[in-house]
Design a protein around this ligand. Structure first.
Ligand code: NAD
Ligand code: UDP
Length: 314
């Protein structure tokens, strides 16, 4: 039985990952400081005999014995990571150093949840792993974007210098049940607004694009990547079906059956114009591609928020 550490395990992705790993027969230790995660996300796992929860902040060292480390701890939504940007940098830098130090000492394999944000406002489209990115080092997104870039650097240097066994997942926009109601990312915002009968807040003209991956597809490939031998360079993980923010808004209104009301407000600084993963590497090396389309994924996510908000009727 493998002992697996999941940092940020009480967050949106982390909670699904913990569940998946427990189902596959692992012994899971979840650590989280509950900054953007919640005990509600993992409450149903607390009685599981092979699940353990530790309240811990990754900026402090952790002493534990495990076989694998999934390092997800870091707020992912712009409003959360910009709330305390210095802490976001500390989480990415000190947190990743601590987890790499742990991996080195106990000889565990470690996977970093990196991000498409390492590409910044990309000039190449879709983005392949070979693209070095176009990131503003001094803007309001930099704490996260540059934080993830340094985290990747640390992973590569611990691999080269200390032979730590690493995996780097460059995750593109992923959505699904257990995103927090106040998460602030576009999918949860639009669904919550539509269900509450509020108008949808589109930033900018809504022509910027994102490519949305459903959580079950992402979790499945994270585990595949972790267990694949020899794949130490970064791998893009996401759904290459690109859509504009305005198209997403219209789809959410259609699927929730709500009156079409949209308000436009200014685009936040450094908001990337186009984003779409080139997933050739994941296809080739992992034989993976996403299975859940946007309509199906949104329907499942809408059902979750209906339940969460106690809104049953259309
Ligand atoms: P999330 O905010 O729901 O989860 C992050 C979790 O990390 C939360 O439970 C939070 O409390 C915890 N955390 C934050 N700082 C911590 C610290 N210092 N110590 C311990 N725990 C801490 O976000 P998510 O969408 O689940 O993202 C998980 C990971 O995946 C993040 O590293 C994020 O950067 C990465 N990622 C996510 C996406 C996405 O679209 N969901 C895209 C790219 C990368
Ligand atoms: N966005 C929006 N309305 C919202 C939240 C986000 O129009 O209520 C836009 C945002 O400006 C960005 C896109 O949706 O262009 C995706 O934003 P999100 O915060 O989900 O992720 P990221 O920008 O990190 O990809």
């Amino acid at each position: 039985m493998k002992r697996i550490l999941v940092t940020g395990g009480a967050g949106f992705l982390g909670s699904h990952l913990c569940e998946y790993l427990l189902r596959s027969g692992a012994d899971v230790v979840c650590i989280d400081n509950f900054f953007s995660g919640s005990k509600d996300n993992i409450r149903h796992l607390l009685d599981h005999p092979y699940f353990e929860l530790i309240r811990h902040d990754v900026i402090h060292p952790l002493f534990i014995e495990v076989d694998q480390i999934y390092h997800l701890a870091c707020p992912a939504s712009p409003i959360h990571y910009q709330h305390n940007p210095i802490k976001t940098v500390k989480t990415n830098v000190m947190g990743t150093i601590n987890m790499l130090g742990l991996a080195k000492r106990i000889k565990a394999r470690i996977l970093l949840a990196s991000s498409s944000e390492v590409y910044g406002d990309a000039e190449i489209h879709p983005q392949p792993e070979s693209y070095w990115g176009n990131v503003n080092p001094i803007g309001i997104r930099s704490c996260y974007d540059e934080g993830k870039r340094v985290a990747e650097t640390l992973m590569m240097d611990y691999s080269r210098q200390n032979n730590v066994d690493i995996r780097i997942a460059r995750i593109f926009n992923t959505y699904g049940p257990r995103m927090a109601v106040n998460d602030g990312r576009v999918v949860s915002n639009f669904i919550v607004q539509a269900l509450r009968g509020e108008s949808l807040t589109v930033y900018g003209d809504g022509k910027q694009t994102r490519s949305f991956c459903y959580v079950s597809d992402l979790v499945e490939v994270l585990v595949q990547l972790m267990n694949k031998e020899g794949l130490t360079n970064p791998v893009n993980l996401g759904n290459p079906a690109e859509c504009t923010v305005l198209e997403l808004a219209k789809k959410v209104l259609e699927l929730t059956g709500r009156r079409p009301e949209i308000t436009f407000s200014p685009l936040p600084a450094d908001d990337p114009v186009r984003r779409c993963p080139d997933i050739s590497l994941a296809r080739e090396k992992l034989g993976w591609q996403p299975k859940v389309g946007l309509d199906e994924g949104l329907q499942k996510t809408i059902a979750y928020f209906q339940e969460k908000l106690g809104i049953k009727e259309k």
